[in-house]
Every structure is written in structure tokens, then in C-alpha cells.
Design a protein around this ligand. Structure first.
Ligand code: SF4
Length: 359
């Protein structure tokens, strides 16, 4: 019996090379009569050198080049086209607008920190979750990204960094356009490819997958015991207020979300990062901070606070700095670690909740 992995073929009947794991790529070459020993060269060229056109790369063994030339109409690589690149005025954030093969556009953000860079990846075109304060949610859902379209964003970020003489892409966060756990298989497989040491080689613990609380997917993520981190956005301490901000809370209320987070910690031994967007006069009072601390009592949690970033479709405004600091102090005094995050890239609409794939 042949146990070689079957190679996924997309609906367009093309084999998208960036969709494939190392083993799937190896099986594909083997099917074409090419020795699997050549897989490493093709994998490195795909994921480290981003060479296009691939068949011209002189780093590839001749049989692989011949095969790529012969099957060029059946094999796709799918590097997106970089349409624009905007840098924030403080120079720490770069937003890339990328056009996919079918013309849809997505955004990817590179955030610079001392000695390292983090890439924020999109997992869907638009988003079905409809969070009212989020520019992506305001767009509605168009389609899921394929594995390769998520992986290719890391390539694009690396190319942009290399071009400006920077190295040090260390972290990835799935917090761009879309809900990663609503595109579970593609998001997880993309991150496994990104972590493969024979290619990009990011560390699993340097990847954070963010969710608004897709409960069955959080439980599955726990059962599969991935090394990636889990971040869950809360934003409200009761269901009525949370539904008003995150409509999908009707389906998965706070109690269910926190149960699944406890299950995740019990199963994996890992802490959950809870996100809280601070909106002036809505969810930033000292009483609300005490309610959050109470909700998370006994949970291995770290709370990340960020003051709201503005979007055209939402009338709320960011909490005052002093209110945010008080909120943070109350949570920390309850014994739960809490960080007030710096807002980044707001002037180029690259901050949390601002991505809308607009030029
Ligand atoms: S915050 Fe995240 S889950 Fe909510 S609409 Fe925006 S992209 Fe989707």
C-alpha cells in the first residue's frame, strides 16, 4: 500500500506549490519520476529564495527544471503582486497591499521592534465575524485564503525587508484580515510550512494565532497540541455588550469561550493571551477592569490592552491614556499579567482592526 501523502489539487485544477508540505512536494516529484532527494533544493528555492520564474533558477537540479518547464501550465507558484507599500511616519510599521492571482487584494503588515520584525498575516479576504469596530469586519466576507496565499505573505515581507537591507523576521501573528480559526486547516498548515527549518524556519512559539472565540476550533487547536500561541479577543465582560461589538458572540458566548480556553490550558499547559480593545466610555471603566479580572480568575492568562484604532465605519473613539493605565493597573493588581500595547501604524491604517485592502 502506498502511504505517500496525496497532493492537494485546488478547484482550479492547478497544483499550487506553496500549498504543499515538504512531504507532499516530495510525493509530487516522485510521481513525476524525480528522485525525492531533489525536494530540498526545490523547497529551499520556493521558500528561501522566492525565485521567479522558478524554472530559470540555476540552483535547481536539471530534472526539476525540466519538469517545471514541461508542466508549467499545471503548476502554479502564486507569489502575490505587491501593489503598494506604505511606511508609517515613525518608520516602525510597513503595510503591504498584495494582489492575489484572482485579483482580490489583502494586506500584510510588518512591524519593527529593536532587533527583530513581526509580520501580521491575513487569512481571509474580508471576514465573516462582523466585529463592528474593525475595518475588515465592515467589508464582509469574500473568500478563504489558500495555504500558499498565507505562506506567500511571509515571502513578500521577507523580500521587502531584504530589499531595505533588513533581516530578522522572527515572529508572525495571524491578526490581519480574517478570523484564522474560521479558516482553520489553511491557517495551521501555512504556519507548519513557515516553521519548517528547511525553508523559512520560524519558531512555533514565535507564532500567535488570534481568534474572536470560535469555540469548536479552540478545542480542536487544544487537542492537536500545536506549539503556536493562542490569543482570544474578549472586549466585553458580558454577552449583551459583547454581541453588540462581536455579533458572533451570539453563537459562542463568553462562558463557552472561557471554558474552551481553560480546556486549552489544561490540555497544552499553555497560557492564553486575551485581547481587549479599549473604547472610550464603553468598556474602559475601573468597574469593567474588575469584572475582567474576576472573569479570568484561575485562568492562566495574559491580558493585552490596546486603545481603539479609528475606522470610518465605527463611531467609537480610543480610551484616554490615563483610563487605559488605570484599567491595566487594576488587572495587574488582581494578579493577572497585563500589557498596555503601543498603538502602531495608525497614520497608514495598518493598526489592529484597520485593514481594509484599500490603496
Ligand atoms: S476583528 Fe478579526 S475577527 Fe473581527 S471582523 Fe476584524 S478581522 Fe474579523
Amino acid at each position: 500500500m502506498n502511504h505517500a501523502p496525496s497532493v492537494p489539487v485546488a478547484a482550479d485544477k492547478l497544483i499550487h506549490l506553496l500549498d504543499l508540505s515538504f512531504d507532499e512536494l516530495s510525493a509530487l516529484l516522485e510521481d513525476a519520476g524525480i528522485r525525492p532527494v531533489h525536494t530540498g533544493a526545490l523547497w529551499r528555492t520556493l521558500h528561501r529564495e522566492s525565485a521567479t520564474p522558478l524554472a530559470d533558477s540555476n540552483k535547481l537540479p536539471p530534472p526539476v527544471r525540466r519538469w517545471l518547464n514541461q508542466y508549467r501550465f499545471e503548476v502554479a507558484i502564486d507569489q502575490p503582486t505587491l501593489i503598494s507599500e506604505i511606511e508609517s511616519s515613525d518608520g516602525y510599521t510597513r503595510k503591504l497591499l498584495l494582489r492575489l492571482e484572482d485579483g482580490h487584494e489583502i494586506e500584510t503588515v510588518i512591524m519593527g521592534y529593536p532587533g527583530r520584525f513581526t509580520v501580521c498575516l491575513s487569512t481571509q479576504v474580508g471576514c465573516a465575524m462582523g466585529c463592528v469596530f474593525c475595518a475588515t469586519g465592515q467589508m464582509g466576507f469574500t473568500r478563504q485564503l489558500r495555504v500558499g496565499e498565507i505562506v506567500a505573505q511571509v515571502h513578500s515581507a521577507q523580500q521587502v525587508l531584504n530589499r531595505s537591507g533588513n533581516t530578522g523576521l522572527r515572529n508572525a501573528v495571524l491578526m490581519g484580515m480574517g478570523e484564522p480559526l474560521h479558516n482553520y486547516d489553511a491557517s495551521i498548515k501555512a504556519m507548519q510550512i513557515v516553521c519548517d527549518n528547511r525553508g523559512i524556519g520560524l519558531g512555533e512559539s514565535r507564532i500567535t494565532i488570534s481568534s474572536v472565540g470560535v469555540v469548536p476550533a479552540i478545542r480542536r487547536f487544544a487537542d492537536e497540541k500545536h506549539g503556536f500561541n493562542l490569543a482570544v479577543s474578549l472586549h466585553a465582560s458580558n454577552d449583551t455588550e459583547r454581541v453588540a461589538l462581536i455579533p458572533v458572540n451570539q453563537r459562542w458566548p463568553i462562558t463557552d469561550i472561557l471554558d474552551s480556553c481553560r480546556y486549552y490550558t489544561e490540555t497544552t499547559g499553555k497560557r492564553v493571551l486575551f485581547g481587549w480593545t479599549l473604547i472610550d466610555g464603553k468598556n474602559d471603566s475601573p468597574d469593567e477592569a474588575r469584572r475582567v479580572a474576576n472573569l479570568l480568575k484561575g485562568q492562566d492568562a495574559h491580558v493585552n490592552l490596546i486603545r481603539l484604532n479609528p475606522t470610518d465605519g465605527f463611531g467609537g473613539s480610543a480610551s484616554a491614556r490615563t483610563a487605559a493605565e488605570t484599567f491595566s493597573d487594576i488587572i495587574q493588581e488582581s494578579g493577572i499579567p497585563c500589557t498596555l500595547r503601543q498603538r502602531r501604524g495608525i497614520d497608514v491604517a495598518a493598526g489592529c482592526g484597520q485593514l481594509a485592502a484599500k490603496q
